[in-house]
Write a protein that binds this ligand. Structure first.
Ligand SMILES: CC(C)(COP(=O)(O)OP(=O)(O)OC[C@H]1O[C@@H](n2cnc3c(N)ncnc32)[C@H](O)[C@@H]1OP(=O)(O)O)[C@@H](O)C(=O)NCCC(=O)NCCS
Length: 245
């Protein structure tokens, strides 16, 4: 059954299903859909992007028109592997409280000295990206526009636009299109435009036809910027503060 909060979020363009845990801040464009996922830190999500169940997003910037399959992990935190211990008791005092924070046993040993900042890099996913089932994207990586990450891939380095990558560690399987087509798509940046003038007028399976149509509309000044409504949700600890941007 839809809760009051779910209904409120839906009315501003965020469709949620199941338990969605939102991080400190979530900035999104209308509309976005998130099913039973966990967001940690500050995340931004572009319009028409959906995130399926059991995903984790840590400090991530995601573009528009992305499809995120189930069990995808984007940018989980890295523990300091060259320190004395990878356990958070050595570094977590100034970070968000961990599961042991309330225990005297932990308070006696947790390192309370100001230490070096833990890696808080943002992970960046372009627009029109498809992240396949169970894929893992390492913190700080950039996935280029139009890329596809195969199911179960472990992505440890940047993925160029329109590449399809897979495996562990992920390597390019092939490109989605030839270089001329990719360059045209990157030049057009179609995700930044209102696509309404093309509705029911193009065959989306014919990529060159769609590209030609976009250039034509652009030349005729009939392509307008797409400026969806934007909202920021701030987790106050007692509830959500909702602000239009
Ligand atoms: C990546 C993917 C899109 C490729 O599809 P495709 O082009 O039809 O792939 P093919 O079956 O022709 O395989 C092409 C090559 O990629 C390899 N490959 C395909 N999927 C792979 C994967 N998940 N991991 C590693 N390699 C993979 C194939 O073994 C093949 O290699 P080869 O040329 O050496 O034989 C698809 O395999 C995939 O992973 N889909 C994700 C589905 C999903 O997660 N859906 C969730 C719904 S939101």
């Amino acid at each position: 059954m839809e809760t009051n909060l779910q209904a409120q979020l839906k009315s501003i363009g965020l469709v949620t299903a199941g338990h969605v845990a939102l991080g400190e801040t979530t900035t999104f464009e209308k509309p976005v859909a998130i099913t039973a996922a966990k967001l940690i830190g500050s995340n931004t999500i572009g319009a028409f992007t959906y995130i399926n169940a059991s995903c984790e997003l840590w400090q991530t910037s995601i573009g528009r028109y992305c499809s995120i399959a189930e069990y995808v992990a984007v940018g989980p935190n890295e523990h300091p592997i060259d320190w004395f211990s990878t356990c958070p008791f050595t570094y977590n005092w100034n970070q968000r409280p961990g599961p042991f924070h309330e225990y005297e046993e932990y308070q006696r040993i947790v390192n309370k000295q100001a230490g070096p900042e833990i890696n808080q890099q943002t992970t960046t996913i372009g627009s029109d990206v498809w992240l396949g089932h169970g894929s893992f994207i390492k913190k700080g990586i950039t996935i280029g526009h139009g890329a596809v990450v195969a199911a179960r891939a472990v992505v440890t380095s940047d993925v160029p636009p329109y590449h399809i990558v897979g495996g562990i560690p992920a390597k390019t399987i092939r490109k989605r299109f030839d270089d001329k087509t990719i360059n045209q798509l990157l030049e057009l940046q179609w995700w930044n435009y209102d696509l309404a003038p093309m509705q029911n007028k193009v065959d989306y399976a014919n990529v060159q036809q769609v590209i030609d149509q976009l250039y034509q509309l652009k030349n005729d000044n009939k392509l307008q910027p797409f400026t969806p409504k934007q909202y920021t949700l701030t987790n106050t600890g007692r509830g959500l503060d909702i602000k239009a941007k």
